[in-house]
Design a protein around this ligand. Structure first.
Ligand SMILES: C[S@@+](CC[C@H](N)C(=O)[O-])C[C@H]1O[C@@H](n2cnc3c(N)ncnc32)[C@H](O)[C@@H]1O
Length: 394
């Protein structure tokens, strides 16, 4: 059977063992760190063109199993695909039309998976976005608290201010802003599971007078400038290029003149959107975030500016997200038995690859994370930001 193995695979000198359904095995190099167990004979001939999408899909669909740490699996998969494929072989990332119904279905698929599953590996506030490491040595809980504080400081949030949180997740930021900064928060999500738990947590903290959370699409937000500040964290990846203008116009119309808008989200490596990662993006689109799209920083800034938002500060947190995802992945790997009781095996396979794979993607600079702070200037051009950023670090 091993005779059917594509010739290109031999002589690669990778620490990878191939084992077939019939027990035959072949080491591609010394000291294998990962064993790829081929279950479906039809997969064998396709291994000559091992895109990350092909390898990931084969694992998810049960055509192969993987043995070894997830971090090693991802590293090896990338080395294998890099050895045999050209970077430019991957298809350009898909761009969808994005309407309310398709967005709601996509959000339901990912976020309504199981609150208990997400609780296993997220921090205690279930913040589902890049954390902020002031030294790099913090644990996940501290780094997520630091992120929430960093956001509130950038927003110069003051007691009694009305904050809109677009894509509020499990409400970690909304509760933090109300509790620590005395803000009045309105948050929206398209996940009913998230909303139910987020509301429970608001009640448990007695914050119901200051935090209101709703199931609502961003396109249905009020356009009367009623909010002092607007924040959107880890949400604009779901908007799609076709709707970026509408999205930023919506944020601009929701905030009062002189108010601040902070957009925190994943951005693409290349301005022209050409693919990176030899199929990694296709895997994410197929199994993890259907119809997710990553604009380049330049595109995000362009659409914000055109919407009447003046960009005043940009910060890249790429390596912060690599570290956050490593920690999420490690925490999930430590609790696989519990996870297997909460979600189907297929979902567990998807989420294991996604967390370890995205950690790797941020590390390798295939993708980035930017916090973009903007102001909606008053008609006379004024705003209230301080002269320097010194206040952020006091
Ligand atoms: C990655 S989660 C981030 C959650 C939260 N901001 C955090 O940092 O933990 C993305 C959030 O965006 C929300 N979202 C995505 N598309 C949306 C839409 N069209 N309208 C409103 N919320 C949306 C999801 O429901 C989810 O709560």
């Amino acid at each position: 059977m091993l005779a059917q193995l594509p010739a290109a695979l031999r002589g690669l000198q990778l620490p990878l063992r191939l084992r077939l359904w019939d027990g035959h095995q072949l080491d591609l190099g010394p000291d294998p760190e990962v064993t790829l167990v081929v279950r479906d004979p039809q997969l064998l001939s396709r291994l000559g063109r091992p895109s990350l999408d092909l390898l990931g899909s084969a694992y998810v669909e049960g055509a192969m199993d993987l043995q070894g740490s997830m971090a090693a699996v991802i590293r090896l998969a990338d080395r294998l695909s890099a050895a045999l494929l050209d970077e430019h072989d991957a298809a350009p990332p898909s761009r969808a039309a994005h309407d309310r119904a398709s967005d709601a279905a996509d959000i339901h698929y990912h976020y309504d998976l199981s609150n208990d599953f997400y609780r296993l590996w997220l921090d205690r506030d279930m913040v589902y976005s890049c954390a902020y490491y002031e030294t790099g040595a913090e644990d996940l809980d501290s780094a997520q608290q630091a992120k929430l504080r960093h956001l509130c400081r950038k927003l110069r949030l003051a007691p009694g201010e009305r904050l809109l949180d677009v894509g509020c997740g499990w409400g970690g930021l909304a509760r933090f802003a109300a509790r620590e900064y005395g803000a009045e928060v309105y948050g929206i999500t398209l996940s009913r599971e998230q909303l139910a738990l987020a509301r429970e947590r608001v009640l448990a903290e007695g914050l119901q007078g200051r935090v209101q959370l709703d199931y609502r699409d961003y396109r249905d937000l009020p356009a009367d400038g009623r909010f002092d500040k607007v924040v959107s964290v880890g949400m604009f990846e779901h908007v799609g290029h076709a709707n970026l203008a509408v999205y930023f116009q919506t944020l601009q119309r929701a905030v009062k003149p002189g108010g601040l808008v902070l957009n925190h989200g994943i951005t693409a490596k290349h301005t022209d959107g050409r693919p990176v990662g030899r199929g990694g993006g296709e895997f994410i689109d197929r199994y993890v975030f259907p119809h997710g799209e990553l604009p380049h920083l330049a595109t995000a800034v362009a659409r914000m500016s055109e919407a009447g938002l003046e960009v005043v500060d940009v910060e890249s947190l790429r390596l912060h997200y690599a570290r956050t995802l490593h920690l999420w992945s490690e925490r999930l790997e430590q609790r696989l038995d519990e996870a297997a009781r909460l979600v189907h095996e297929r979902a567990l396979r998807i989420w294991r690859l996604y967390l370890a794979g995205c950690a790797y993607a941020f590390e390798r600079e295939w993708i980035n994370l930017h916090q973009i702070l903007a102001v909606r200037p008053r008609a006379d051009g004024s705003h209230d930001l301080p002269w320097s950023r010194a206040d952020l670090y006091r």
